[in-house]
Write a new protein. Sequence first.
Lengths: 438, 402
Amino acid sequence: MSKNPMSASLSMLNRFSGSPLVHRLGLYKPAQAVARTAVRGGFKAGIAVARQFKAVQKLVRPERFQQTTRLSDLFDLNVSEEQQLIRDMAQRFAREIVRPAAIKADEMCSAPEGFDAQLAELGLGQFAVPETLGGAATEASVVTGVLVAEDLAYGDLGLALAALAPIGVANALVRWGSADQQAKYLPAFAEASPPKASIAIAEPRPLFDPNELRTRATIDGDGFLLKGEKSLVPLAESCDFLLVAASLVGKGPRIFIVPRDTAGMTIMADPALGARAASLGRVVFDDVRLPSQAILGEGIDVCDFGELLDLSRIALCALSVGTAQAILDYTITYCNDRKAFGEPISNRQAVAFMIANIGIEVESMRLLTWRAAARAQVGLPFHREAYLARVLCAEKGMEVGTNGVQLLGGHGYIKDHPVERWYRDLMAVSVMEGGLLL
Amino acid sequence: MQLEIPKKLSAFIDQAHMIANEVFRPISRKYDLAEHQYPVELDMLASVMDGMNEGDATGGVGAGKLKQQKSERGSGVRNGTNMSTVLGLTELAWGDVGLALTIPRQGLGNAAIAAVANEEQLKRFKGCWAAMAITEPGAGSDSANIRTTATKDGDHYVLNGEKIFITAGERANVVVVWATLDPSLGRAAIKSFVVEKGTPGMNFVRLDHKLGIRASDTATIIFNDCRVPKDNLLGSPEVDVKAGFGGAMQTFDNTRPVVAAMALGVGRASLDRTRQLLKERGILGGYERTLFGSTAAEAELYRMEADLEAARLLTLKAAWLADNGIPNSKEASMAKAKAGRVANHITLRCLQLCAAVGATQTELLEKWARDSKILDIFEGTQQIQLLIIARRLLGKSSAELR
C-alpha cells in the first residue's frame, strides 16, 4: 500500500530526527531548518552551498593523454619505480591515516574531520589532471590507479572510495570532457582543496543492469530533462557535482554533468551495509533541467559508456583486492596468536586450509584486475578482462569476507575486530556500479 | 606491468597448438579406448620436439630444460624456459593430456635430472626418457616416509622396495627412483637414483587400469637387490639434515606449474568445445549482460572462464618467478591448487551443460572429465598444495602444521 507524500515525508523526518548520528554530527539545528522545507517540497539536503566552477583559461581543444606505448613485450609483474614511489606513499597513508580512522568513519558514514585536508596533501588529483590544466599528469595512469586503490582499500574500503571518487570524475573529464568542460572543472582537482564529485550509475532496482538504465534524459529545447533515481552514490550529500549516467532517449547511455544545487534534484543519505565511510547517498532527479553543455563530451567525442563501465569495474575490483588482502593478513596474525586445545588454531588444517584458500583467491583477484588494467593502459581491448575480473572479484571477495569472519569465530562477529566491517565492505563493493573510474 | 604473452613465444605456441590439433586430437579417443597400447605416432613427434630444442637459441623447452634461473642482477626481466614450457604444455594438454604425458624424453624424471644432476650426469643422461618413481603402496603424499632403501655396497647402491604410480615407467629408458639411505634419518636421507631399464633386480609388475589419461601408462616396479652405480645418485650423497629434502623438492617447484599448465589445457579444451556446442542452442556469451542478467548457462560459462583465467595467471606468475630466479614454492603450489581444482570443476560442469552429448563418446567431453581428475592429484594433491601454501603464509614448519 502506498503512503501519501506527506506521511512519507513525516516518517522520514521522524527517523532523521531520531538518529543519534544527526546529533553526534551536530546536524540537528541545520536539520531542523532543512526539515521545514522538506515537508513542503520533498526532502532536499542542502546544508552547504555547492562550489561554483568557472573556467579561468580557455582551451582550444580538449586535453587528451597520448596512448601509453608498450616499452617491452615481456610478461612482467614488476611495477615501475615511479609506481613504487606512489605505492609507498599510498601504503603509508593507508597505514597511518586511513586504517586508524576506519572504525569511526564506518559508524559516522563519513570521513573524519581533517581527512580531506590530509588527503589533499597526498595530492592524488595532481596525478589525474594534465600539466596544461595545473596538474602533473602526462599520461593516463590506469595501472597506477589500480595500485593506489588497492593500497588505500587495504586501509579502509569506504575511505578509499571517498578519496578516489573525485579522482574518478577527473579521470572521466580528461578522457571524454569537452574543452570547455575541462577548462571549467579540471583545474580545481589539482588545487589544495579539490572539489567533491562522483559518478552515479547504480539504480535502486533488483537485477540492475547499467546497460538498461531507468534514469532517462529527453531532449528539451536546447537542453535536457533528466528523470530517475541513483543509489550507492559516493559523497552524494557533500558533492559539488555529479556525473550521472542516463539513457538519452533515441541515442543510448550518456553521462551528464549535474551540479549539486540544480533544481529538481533531491539528495539523501542512503547508508548501505558497507563502504559507509564513502557517505553513500540516493539521488532523485525529478525533471531536472540541464543545459546542452551538460552532456559529457561533444559530437563524436561523446563518452564511451562501455569503456566507462569497464574502467569503473576495474577500480572497484582493485578496492576488493585491497580489502581481501587486509583480511588475509589479519587472519594470519589472529590464527597464529589464538590458542585452542593447547596450541595455535592455525596448527589445524581446517583453519590453515581456509587461509591458504584466501591466499589463492586474493592473488587470483589481483592478477585478473592487474591484467585488465595493464591492457587498458596500453590501449588493448579490455572489456572481456574487466568483465571476468568483476565476476571473480565479486564472487571471491564475498567468499574471502565470509571466511575471514568465520576464522575469528565469535570475535569476528563483534566490532572489536575489523573483519566484520571488511565482510560488509566486500559485499557492498560487489554490487556497486560507478563511483570510481580509472 | 604487463600480463600478456610475449610475441616472441607466439610462433612456438602456435606450433604446440598445431601438434595438439593435428597429432593428438585425431588419436585421442583411439588410445583412450586402447589402454596400454603404445602411441607410436609420438615417436615422430618426439624427434620433432628434439629438433625444435636443438635449433632454439633461447634455452629450449620441455621437462628436460626446466631449471630455476640463477639471478643475474641487471640482466633485466626474462621470459624463459619455464614460461615457454608452461605455455607449450597448455596447448599440448588442450589436445590430449594423456598423450602429452607420454611424449618420449619429456618425463618427470627428465625434470628431476635437469633440476639436480651434475654436469657429468647431465651429459650421460642426455637424450634419455626418464620416468619418476616416488609413490609406494604405503606412502604417497607423505613422500618423506618412503620405505624403499638404498644401501651402499662398494661402487654401487643396492635398491630394495616397491614403487607404484610411475608414469611411463615401462616406456621410459630410465627411472629416477627415490629411496632412503637410512629410514631412521627421515627426509634428509632420501636421495634419488637413476636406474636404467634392464638393470637386474628391477622388475615390472603391472600396468594400472585407470579412470582417465589412459594413453599414459602407469607402472608398478619392484626393486629386488637392484644394483645401481654410485654415480647415478643425483645431487649430493651426503645426508645433510639441515638441507633436508632440498634437491628432490626443488623439482616440484619447477614441475608444479607444468602440471598446472596441463590442467589449464584440459579446462580450456572443455570450455572451448562447450561454448561451440552451446552456441547452437543460442547461448552466445558475449560479456554483454551482467552475471545475474545472463542465462544460467551463460553465467556458468563466465564463472568458469574467470576461474580458468585466474589459474592461468597464477601459473604464468609461478613460471615468471622461476625464470627470473625468484623463489616460487608458494606460487607454484597456488598455481597447481587453483588450476587442478578449476580444471576438474570445468570439465565436470561442461559435461553437465552438454547433457547426453557431454556424457557419451561422440564427444571428448566425458574423456576430459575423467582425465582432469588426475591433475588435482599427482605432483601433490590439492590438499598437499594447501598445506604448502598455508605453511608459507603462516610461517609454520611441517612439524607445527602437519
